[in-house]
Design a protein around this ligand. Structure first.
Ligand code: NAD
Ligand code: UD1
Length: 353
């Protein structure tokens, strides 16, 4: 019997790739998404890859009545909770919007999981919980530093909410996955990242610059204490990240204990500098990228990359794809946006909303 997994935010960047990985692993997927940062046509991309159209409920995870309907209709055995706002800068300007969406949605979900006896939860956390770690690569025993932004704080508080609920005896088995920097797209170019407006993140900015949508890339800071002076991150292919969710769910379903809480780094274990990413993108795609050096971006940490041993030992997961592959797939996706008319679909969906 196929197990049904509820994926909140399942039409977003990481969610859509995870839906594909879940379907390929034999899970049945039900998606809840309010389309605040995604589009319903992503479902077509998922079906083009796996041949399976997941059941989709359009609505808000903060809406208890709506979520209750989903739980009462579906026999959910596990939840992967992606739905959240994620723009760091916007969270500084609009903290309540972030605290409301990211915290209330988790609380509603936990209450309903308890009510409906759903035991398994995978939560999207972030390496942002570590701030600038003292030791690199950073492992899970590193202290959680005061958050640099309301967004970062929502991830810390969400982890605490889950931990406290488990400590209080709630019958839930939960894993928080602390993602490093997801990039790339599905190699079919049927799904990928769909940033609305000017991208904040490095790789979508690079691909849009390569496509001529942005005149040039600004590299924020060249005087960091790193070999080439630019920041260092652990860039992970989004399909590797997607597969980590499947492994996390498999792990939870195997556990006999009625309740548990743990947290795991999901990264490659390798750090690459921003300049290296730019040069690798140019090399693997045969493109010259216009870029300039600009002042440091406030709030950026100098360098962070994962010690990913816990994920390997506990989940049997490790990243398999290279930076080259991720940057090739990111560029194929950027081209598909135009060739497959996805940009027009986005405009149409925005006009209709
Ligand atoms: P995304 O914005 O592409 O996906 C989030 C999805 O959730 C979107 O489809 C959006 O429409 C939906 N959503 C948001 N609020 C909702 C609500 N209240 N009800 C229903 N749907 C809602 O983001 P992503 O990059 O796929 O990130 C997924 C998760 O991973 C988020 O929790 C994010 O904070 C976390 N994360 C992302 C990164 C990253 O670099 N992308 C890094 C670390 C952690
Ligand atoms: C950021 C968030 C992180 C969040 C993630 C997903 C911060 C401090 N961290 O990660 O919490 O989970 O986004 O939304 O904001 N860069 C450029 N030029 C650009 C864009 C980025 O040089 O146009 C550089 C940045 O300065 C940084 C690196 O590229 O050094 C990666 O930036 P980005 O992709 O935004 O990710 P993070 O900042 O690591």
């Amino acid at each position: 019997m196929q197990k049904t997994i509820l994926v909140t935010g399942g039409l977003g960047f990481i969610g859509s790739h995870t839906v594909v990985a879940l379907q390929e692993a034999g899970y049945e997927v039900v998606i809840v998404d309010n389309l605040s940062n995604s589009f319903a046509f992503v479902l077509d991309g998922i079906r083009a890859i796996t041949g399976i159209l997941p059941r989709f409920y359009e609505g808000d995870c903060n809406d208890r009545d709506f979520m209750q309907q989903v739980f009462s209709k579906e026999k959910v055995e596990g939840v992967i909770h992606f739905a959240a706002y994620k723009a760091v800068g916007e969270s500084v300007a609009h903290p309540l919007k972030y605290y409301h969406n990211n915290l209330v949605s988790l609380i509603v979900l936990l209450e309903l999981m308890q009510q409906y006896g759903v035991a398994n939860l995978v939560f999207s956390s972030s390496c942002t919980v570590y701030g600038q770690p003292e030791h690199l690569p950073v492992d899970e025993s590193a202290p959680i530093l005061p958050a640099q932004s309301p967004y970062g704080n929502t991830k810390q508080v969400c982890e605490e909410i889950i931990r406290d609920s488990v400590q209080a005896g709630m019958p839930v088995k939960a894993l928080a996955l602390r993602y490093f920097n997801p990039i790339g797209a599905h190699p079919s170019a049927h799904i990928g990242e769909l940033p609305i407006g000017v991208p904040n993140n490095l790789v979508p900015y690079i691909t849009q610059t390569a496509a001529g949508i942005r005149p040039e890339l600004s590299i924020f800071g060249k005087d960091y204490n790193t070999p080439d002076g630019t920041c260092i991150r652990d860039f992970i292919h989004v399909m590797d990240l997607a597969e980590a969710h499947v492994k996390a769910l498999d792990y939870l379903l195997r556990q006999d204990a009625p309740s548990l809480y743990d947290y795991v780094n999901i990264g490659t274990g390798k750090g690459h500098s921003v300049l290296e990413v730019v040069q690798t993108f140019e090399q693997v795609n045969g493109i010259k990228l216009p870029y300039k050096f600009a002042p440091r971006r406030p709030g950026d940490v100098e360098q962070i990359y994962a010690k990913a041993d816990k994920a390997k030992q506990m989940l049997g997961w490790q990243a398999r794809r290279s930076l080259d592959e991720a940057l090739r797939d990111a560029w194929q996706w950027q081209k598909a946006l135009k060739e497959k008319g996805i940009l027009e679909k986005m405009q149409k969906a925005e006009a209709n909303s």
